[in-house]
Write a new protein. Structure first.
Length: 642
């Protein structure tokens, strides 16, 4: 059950309930999550809309990049083996299905709701911590998005959360239902564990025929996975920035384009009260103008707290955006320390207190030249990078090779010998792979062999011209090259078989009533190890639970079982010596904790079933073959064309 809780809490539905799932995709660089390039293959169809392998691969790559912030060494192949590709696909399908159901039900957010969601995104805030129209425009433009695209996806996310909100809470789990499970977590077990090491047995004599047969039987374990020979040339923003020269003309041009930032300006620190009754507004204004404290009057007349009043420091245009033109006009005409209003808007009657007035005189180019130089340098570097990327794209589109295009652009060409999807270069131990291009290698394995060279975005500051020049299919390593390893592996296998026979014999002795200590001593094995713990202590362990202990908590009292552990080079015999039932009286607070966890798990299960029902209603078709092809490209085992 504990593992069920963990699984439920990590589901994508729970993440969606926490809000703005797709906004996270937009502002972290994935672009339109349901748009994109031409469909190479459709991996799923939801309510008539396709999810292509290109879209799925893009989503997967971004999620992998995020995962690498905590696990830098994880590869795409490892993530695929762990089921992450299927998880990303299920999230896409679920999001599509919720959107389709929202449209079917006629749900849709208002413009004000979407505005509020956009304003809440941290990536769209300026230096003052408030929403900035300029930052918003720059952020979406850098990702190749339009405002309509962003609004559509944010609006869709609001609808999805509205639907999921129908099942986001259920009543607390009843005590009688939670008590048996809670008591089980308090159960204490004593386990006796004996080890039967493989090395306790003599190495067998092996013939060449034995080794040959073992090699054929395990040929997959001795096969080098698919490798690809890659040619690339990096476009490094940091290196290009070193070549940029900031001229006086460039400084003047930047100053002209950003003239409003250096013009004379006035901002005001403001507080306001908004009420629906004009008489109340008149009373507030009259009492404050009469000398009373604004906050005290606002609390007395309208029930406003201190934090409810603050508008912050705003320009006139920013205040007009938050309130109305008339309110801003009045607030910027009032003297510091005075109130403006009452002024009516669509929100009600505003009374605004001017706490402070900050005026800034206009500044000349000479005064700000040093201040704007870094920004000008960054702009010039970005333009230079964009120019090189565009020229590289055009050259490759015109049929140039990576080497030819790189030579014309002054870039360095690197040829990588056949490399696996995990970045291994067999027999090339003297070469050092540039770790920055690991995402490039993974993309190389997500392309077809005959695809044309491309320009790939590795990160915001690193791009690359790339071509897959050769695909080396999976190749068995010749037996003669690995005979010592084969001999060692077969020897270990035979020793483990001998260990199993003794472990089974010990289990039979335990079931016949003999003590484990005596059975181990009789076979000249290490002494018995005793382990005592409660279930809750096992569940709370940060490190993985050793399999013999996990087995011991799954068996009945008095039962015994043998368990193979090749990584430990042994068979283990596990005997449940004693089981003490849990007593709820020992930990009364723990029952409430379990009730809360069970409520959370049940809520998530309801949400999962709810989305599954919506998927069934709108219609979902999965293309398992297309998904498998994409998986194999990441794993480096894709079938080669004839």
């Amino acid at each position: 059950m504990i593992s069920f809780f963990r699984k439920a809490l990590s589901s994508w539905i729970v993440l969606a309930l926490l809000g703005l799932v797709l906004v996270a995709f937009i502002v972290t660089g994935i672009g339109d999550p349901f748009g994109g390039g031409p469909a190479a293959n459709t991996v799923a169809v939801i309510a008539g809309d396709d999810v292509t392998d290109t879209q799925l691969s893009s989503q997967f790559d971004r999620q992998l990049a995020t995962m690498r912030q905590e696990q830098p060494g994880i590869t795409a192949a490892q993530a695929v083996r762990g089921g992450m590709l299927e998880g990303v696909l299920e999230r896409l399908i679920g999001s599509h299905a919720l959107t389709a159901m929202g449209e079917k039900l006629g749900l849709g957010p208002s413009k004000r709701q979407v505005d509020a969601e956009i304003a809440s995104v941290a990536a769209f805030r300026g230096p003052d911590g408030r929403f900035s129209e300029d930052v918003f425009r720059q952020a979406i433009s850098s990702q190749g998005l339009t405002e309509d695209m962003v609004r559509r996806e944010i609006g869709g996310d609001v609808v999805r959360r509205q639907l999921l909100g129908l099942v986001d809470s259920i009543p607390m789990t009843p005590r009688k239902l939670a008590e048996p499970f809670t008591a089980l977590q308090l159960e204490q077990r004593t386990l006796n564990i004996g080890a039967v090491p493989a090395q306790s047995f003599p190495a067998p004599k092996l013939s060449d025929d034995d080794i040959q047969a073992f090699y054929k039987k395990n040929i997959a374990n001795y096969t080098v996975p698919e490798r690809r020979r890659i040619t690339y040339a990096l476009i490094d923003s940091a290196e290009i920035a070193k070549t940029v020269k900031v001229t006086d003309a460039a400084l003047a041009d930047y100053f002209k384009k950003h003239a409003s930032e250096f013009a004379a300006s006035e901002t005001r620190t403001l507080r306001q009260v908004v009420v629906q009754d004009k008489a109340q507004a008149d009373t507030i204004a009259k009492r404050v103008n009469g000398g009373e404290d604004f906050a005290a009057v606002a609390k007395d007349v309208a029930g406003y707290g201190e934090t409810d009043l603050d508008l912050g420091t705003l320009s006139k245009s920013a205040m007009a955006d938050q309130t109305a033109e008339a309110v801003a006009d009045a607030a910027f005409k009032a003297a510091s320390g005075k109130v403006a209003g009452p002024v009516q808007s669509e929100f009600g009657w505003h009374v605004v207190h001017v706490d402070a007035v900050v005026t800034k005189p206009a500044r000349t180019l000479a005064e700000v030249k040093d201040e704007i130089r870094p920004a000008v340098e960054a702009d010039l570097a970005a333009n230079a990078v964009a120019d090189i990327v565009e020229k590289a794209d055009d050259a490759l589109a015109d049929g140039a090779s990576v080497a030819e295009a790189a030579k014309d652009l002054g870039l360095t060409v690197v040829r990588v010998p056949p490399v696996t999807s995990e970045g291994l270069m067999l027999g090339e131990s003297g070469l050092q792979l540039d770790q920055r291009i690991r995402p490039l290698i993974e993309r190389a394995f997500a392309t077809e062999e005959n695809d044309e060279p491309t320009v790939e975005d590795i990160s915001d500051t690193l791009h690359a011209l790339m071509d897959v020049e050769e695909v080396v299919p999976p190749t068995p390593v010749p037996l003669a090259d690995i005979k010592p390893q084969l001999t060692a592996a077969l020897t270990f296998e035979r020793q483990m078989e001998a260990a199993k026979a003794v472990a089974d014999k010990i289990v039979a002795g335990l079931k016949a009533g003999k003590p484990l200590a005596g059975l181990l001593a009789e076979n000249k094995l290490p002494p018995v190890q005793t382990f005592t713990a409660r279930r809750i202590e096992i569940a709370a362990r940060r490190e993985p639970v050793p399999p013999p202990i996990g087995l011991g908590f799954a068996l009945s009292k008095g039962d015994a079982r043998a368990l193979a552990q090749p990584r430990n080079g042994a068979w283990f015999v596990v005997h449940v010596a004693d089981v003490k039932p849990g007593d709820l009286a020992e930990a009364p607070a723990f029952l409430d904790q379990m009730r809360s966890q069970m409520q959370t798990a049940a809520t998530n299960e309801y949400a999962q079933n709810f989305v599954a029902a919506i998927m069934s209603t709108v219609g979902v078709k999965r293309n398992d073959k297309a998904l498998e092809r994409l998986k194999q490209r990441y794993l480096g085992t894709a079938d080669q064309p004839n």
